[in-house]
Write a protein that binds this ligand. Structure first.
Ligand SMILES: C[S@@+](CC[C@H](N)C(=O)[O-])C[C@H]1O[C@@H](n2cnc3c(N)ncnc32)[C@H](O)[C@@H]1O
Length: 281
């Protein structure tokens, strides 16, 4: 197959296609990245060339091709207890506050990739319950969503190889929350039971998800345009319960995109709380 990078006009068509499909904005000079990532897809679908694949892609009548292309272009990089501080804030500040309300607690891991974030939340809930017996009596539901059905399937399986299980997970937590079987580390049923995973493109409606106390939306907004960030943050504000909390990635912030949130500083780090709405304003 021809290995030369895609011509500029096709590259620009593809950039627009990708932004419309999943919000990801490619820089102007990522020809080589796109060429190398799409080479595999082109071969898998037996297209004679990248150009032929692009033509079929933009006509929009091959959903399987569209899915494979989005899979190839998205970064699924994740790890257990990523950056540590969100889970410390959850344990030390958010769960104690929510436990007082004695109402069912709902947490959304938006862009959950292969499930490490959602399961780290669930492990944190279990640790909180063990450290504070009888304090958290209400149910906790964790909903993980991602645009990629492939990573959603992996998250649902909850089975990890040696290489991914060590990334961010202490041996103590691994032995406590996983069972080793046939070269895989399987997440224990009590941790899994609180979670459910489903495919969702963040560009689409959130109406079917219901309301949440906490939204983890980490390390995905960085790929989107300013307009897309604003739109997503404002729609997330609408499905947070009053006083709900948004937890973003270390390099992400709602500042400049929406005024729905205020920054809250805890000893472990920063999160964003939905502002109280003032009647009539
Ligand atoms: C870098 S991972 C972050 C995973 C996790 N939140 C973390 O911080 O470790 C980004 C994830 O966002 C997903 N993603 C990209 N665009 C998306 C979109 N438009 N809607 C939903 N998920 C998307 C990717 O499939 C990928 O799994």
């Amino acid at each position: 197959m021809d290995q030369s990078p895609i011509p500029l006009n096709e590259y620009n068509t593809f950039r627009q296609y990708l932004e419309d499909a999943c919000g990801i904005v490619l820089g102007e000079n990522k020809h080589y990245l796109v060429t190398s990532r799409l080479k595999r897809v082109t071969e898998e679908f037996s297209f004679p060339s990248l150009s032929d694949m692009m033509k079929t892609l933009v006509t929009g009548n091959n959903p399987r091709l569209r899915e494979k292309v989005i899979d190839a272009m998205t970064t699924n990089e994740t790890m257990w207890f990523r950056d540590v501080y969100p889970f410390e804030i959850l344990r030390n500040n958010l769960l104690p506050e929510l436990a007082e309300k004695k109402a069912p607690i709902r947490i959304w891991s938006a862009a959950s990739s292969t499930g490490q974030e959602a399961y780290s939340i669930s492990m944190t809930v279990s640790e909180f319950q063990q450290q504070n017996p009888g304090k958290l009596t209400s149910s906790v539901e964790i909903v993980g969503t991602d645009i990629s059905q492939t990573v959603v399937n992996q998250a649902q399986q909850g089975a990890y190889d040696e290489l991914s299980v060590v990334r961010g997970l202490s041996p103590e937590r691994r032995d406590k929350f996983f069972t080793h079987k046939d070269d895989k580390w399987i997440i224990n049923p009590d941790i899994k039971l609180r979670t459910r995973f489903t495919e969702l493109n963040l560009l689409n409606s959130y109406n079917l998800l219901g309301k949440f106390d906490i939204i983890f939306c980490r390390n995905v907004l960085i790929y989107f345009s300013s307009e897309m960030k604003k739109d997503i943050l404002e729609r997330m504000a609408k499905i947070l319960k009053p006083g709900g909390t948004l937890i973003l990635g270390g390099s992400e912030s709602p500042t400049g995109y929406t005024r729905e949130f205020m920054m809250v500083r805890y000893p472990d780090g920063v999160v964003y709380r939905l502002k109280e709405s003032i009647p009539g304003v």
